[in-house]
Ligand binder design. Structure first.
Ligand code: 5GP
Ligand code: MG
Length: 180
């Protein structure tokens, strides 16, 4: 892996190698396997685009029968949250009575995930849990419990493993952090 990479105008340095990500994904999958073993066909709902790689690795480690779907809810431009959240698109089938696990790449202020969970709740599922690859405890501002957090980080801006900087960096298998 490269130590330093350039994306657009910024330099990023290596922060979390792929092996460490895999360990964290395995650990969170194991918890979900235990907690959901007796639930009727849970539905994993991935939030595009950021969660595609996490979802792909997570779902391979899930041991119960499941369904999977993706939704889109985009609000982020550049390296700081715009605070504007758009509505949820992509869920065409009813989720009434279903056990939902929302799969996110990163929960920062919590604005997006809260909006997303409120929208899903209105569709009367049996339950909703959130599973995020990254959680930023220093910037989280909501009361909504985030049950599954694969990794916690500071307030720094990261890319890789699905996460982008203005669309670049998603395909990196390691996580990089912005320098300066
Ligand atoms: P929130 O609404 O929780 O403030 O922000 C959530 C969204 O902001 C995430 O789904 C993600 O798209 C984006 N985001 C927050 N922090 C980062 C970060 O460090 N790196 C990247 N690439 N995106 C982030
Ligand atoms: Mg996201």
């Amino acid at each position: 892996m490269k130590e330093i990479i350039q994306l657009h105008d910024k330099k990023f340095r290596i922060m979390i190698p792929a092996e460490k990500i895999d360990e964290a994904v395995s650990a969170v999958a194991q918890r979900i396997n235990q907690d959901y073993a007796d639930k009727e066909t849970p539905l994993f709902v991935g939030v595009l685009n950021g969660s595609f790689m996490f979802m792909s690795d997570l779902i391979k480690k899930i041991e119960f029968n499941n369904e999977l779907s993706f939704v889109k809810l985009s609000s982020y431009e550049g390296t700081s949250s715009t605070g504007q959240v758009k509505s949820l698109i992509g869920l065409n089938n009813s989720i009434e009575g279903r056990h939902i696990i929302v799969v996110e790449d990163i929960v920062d202020t919590g604005e997006s995930i809260e909006h997303m969970v409120r929208d899903l709740e209105a569709r009367k599922p049996a339950s909703i849990d959130v599973c995020t690859l990254f959680f930023k405890p220093g910037s989280y501002r909501k009361q909504l419990p985030i049950r599954y957090r694969a990794m916690e980080i500071g307030n720094e801006f990261i890319v890789g493993y699905g996460l982008d900087y203005d669309q670049l960096g998603r395909s990196l298998k390691d996580i990089y952090v912005v320098t300066e």
